[in-house]
Design a protein around this ligand. Sequence first.
Ligand code: SF4
Length: 224
Amino acid sequence: MYSEDDYIQLSGIQHFAFCKRQWGLVYLEQQWLENLKTAEGRIVHERAHDSFSSEKRGNLIISRGIQISSKELGISGECDVIEFHRSDPESAQSAYIPEYDGYFKVIPIEYKRGAPKTEEFDRLQLCAQALCLEEMLCVDIPQGCIYYAETKRRQKVEFTDSLRNNVRNIISQIHDYTSRGTTPSAKRTKSCNACSVKDICLPQLEKKKSAKEYIMSAISDAEI
Ligand code: SF4
């Protein structure tokens, strides 16, 4: 069990899966450059949850902007949307929600810009949300959905053992890098072209140094 001081940010999982160094630059070094893609992504998220809200439509409750965490995994974050569907009290997939005095099936929903991806990045993040909710609500959550702004459609995501194991493995690696305070080194791949921090990363120049170290060394060289 982790203490709250050691929680890592759930939103970093997709960055880490995309590129470990990108995660290090953004979450360890707080470096960030907004480009068209990140701006669009931010707007889609802001529309999904400006702040916490909850509405009831018959047997369905829709909550937005719910803070979530897991002591076991040592992560915290926020869900764009969670749908609670009234269901059978006997089912392991039913959570008791005191505010609505009933049992509900829990479905986390993540909002993303663009279209569905072949890579797991978005599914990993959604699955991490489900693991938090399972711990918080003592319930089984077998699936969730990702809404893609470009296609305006939801994609169903099954939380398989393999996906869950990948999430746990990434979280464990993030804790390891965080406790060491080490930014992973750059490895040039085709992902670099679409990377929001490529101008900070400079993988072609300094593979082993952090961005901060690179800037400091550039300043020191200029002063000589
Ligand atoms: S430019 Fe490439 S190596 Fe550097 S952070 Fe981005 S994806 Fe990773």
